[in-house]
Design a protein around this ligand. Structure first.
Ligand code: URA
Length: 434
């Protein structure tokens, strides 16, 4: 909670100021965030202010003040008593993005602690907690003490963010979601960074996704978002870098909760699809460097193939009551989509696959909807692969077959087969912003 008494303002004056493109003062921003958290500023007033911010933008100083006001609305965690440095990763969200699962235990192998406070999926991108909940017994909610203990003993924890962290953001994000103001870069950057700074990590790697399956469809906007977040992190004393990564096609070969856990375990066993392995290793190298450990890519890769990362994973899952040896749920019904002709898979659209998987029951439409652990899509080929007419391109999984027609409609039009390979293979990591 803010300790400084803040002067009184009128919400309408602040809305008018931003509507007329004036820079808001520190006092105005501190007041409006606190007053909104306390219920003094109404939802319709904050909605109008958000829209003015979306249309007219904010200066770097305004974004920084806005972020700090959100941090001050709640508690801050402190990991300084840990015997290891801390490093965290945040992805802006994509289809088949299960990287957190192998990444957290992999980084912990090298004595850097990973405090991953994660969320659930909404819309076409999956949520890390939903994925892990497909493991029998696994518990997302930990107390702060449990989290600290696990960071000290295992070195990695993936759990639900407590409600005390940046409560202003919780309220603001729900409002933005229903008022067409999610896409404002100052609001996205402050929303993500307020939670990460309040979480107390020493260093942070941002995976900013670009492409059809990402928030940011366009590279220039993704770049601006990355730059804004890196600056906010650095200003707050968090060693922050961002990788700009491709999200035009799903990551790996699985989309859906238990399917993605299965693939993550394959990566931890030294196998798995090359794009998932490459991105996991690249992010691990960055997270370790951010925490002061300059470890080469080959050494990091070795921890996946020699079982050290798997040992950490099993310890991390067991510490949260997950049964490592229980079989993962499998959906009751499957349906294959076959290649309509022989050729090369020219494209496979991440957004269409994400929405089709969501229609199969892997995701939720409203915040409290249940998800099906086994639902989703298993891909048998990726862009650039040769296909023969009649060969399976993907398998759809669900417990509720009445969902097949609407999912098939999208999945069938999500890919193209052409006579020859695309001129350029898509690059996975587009840039690094520090
Ligand atoms: N994720 C967040 O936490 N906040 C946003 O505004 C967008 C994505």
């Amino acid at each position: 909670m803010s300790t400084q008494p803040t002067p009184q303002f009128d919400a309408v004056d602040i809305i008018r100021a931003k509507r007329d493109k004036r820079t808001l003062t520190t006092d105005e921003i501190n007041w409006v965030i606190q007053a909104y958290t306390d219920g003094v500023v109404a939802d319709y007033q904050m909605a109008a202010l958000n829209m003015a911010i979306l249309l007219n933008g904010m200066t770097r100083a305004e974004i920084s003040t806005w972020t700090h006001a959100m941090i001050e609305s709640g508690e801050r965690m402190d990991f300084s008593a840990l015997r290891f440095p801390t490093s965290d990763k945040h992805s802006t969200g994509g289809v088949g993005d299960k990287i957190t699962l192998p990444l957290a235990p992999l980084v912990a192998v090298f004595d850097v602690a990973v405090p991953q406070l994660s969320g659930r999926g909404l819309g076409h991108t999956g949520g890390t907690l939903d994925k892990l909940e497909s493991i029998r017994g696994w518990r997302a909610a930990l107390t702060n003490e449990e989290m600290m203990r696990q960071l000290d003993t295992v070195g990695a924890v993936i759990c639900q963010a407590g409600s005390g962290l940046a409560p202003a953001d919780r309220k603001l994000y729900a409002l933005r979601d229903v008022t067409g103001t999610v896409e404002a870069i100052p609001l996205i950057a402050s929303s993500i960074m307020s939670k990460k700074i309040a979480e107390g990590t020493g260093s942070l790697v941002l995976d900013v996704k670009v492409g059809s399956g990402a928030f940011m469809k366009d590279e220039a906007n993704a770049r601006e978002l990355a730059r804004t977040m890196v600056d906010l992190g650095k200003d707050a004393g968090v060693n922050t870098v961002a990788l700009l990564t491709n999200m035009n096609t799903p990551l790996g070969l699985t989309v859906g909760n238990a399917l993605e856990v299965r693939e993550s375990i394959e990566v931890l066993a030294g196998g798995g699809p090359s794009d998932v392995v490459d991105l996991t290793v690249a992010l691990a190298v960055e997270m370790l460097a951010g925490a002061g450990k300059h470890i080469g890519e080959d050494e990091v890769r070795a921890a996946l193939s020699d079982g050290r990362a798997m040992d950490k994973w099993r310890a991390m899952i067991a510490a949260q009551d997950g049964d490592n040896d229980a079989p993962l749920p499998v959906a009751q019904e499957q349906q294959q989509i076959l290649a309509p002709e022989t050729g090369v898979l020219a494209s496979l659209d991440a957004y269409d696959i994400g929405v089709a998987s969501w229609r199969l029951g892997a995701g939720r439409a409203r915040k409290d909807d249940p998800v099906q652990a086994g639902a989703g899509i298993e891909l048998h080929v990726k862009p650039g692969d040769h296909v023969t007419q009649g060969q399976p391109v993907m398998t759809l999984h669900t417990d509720t077959p009445e969902r097949f027609p609407r999912a098939l409609e999208l999945a069938q039009s999500s890919f193209e087969v052409s006579a020859q390979a695309p001129a350029h293979a898509q690059q996975l990591i587009l840039d690094r912003i520090s």
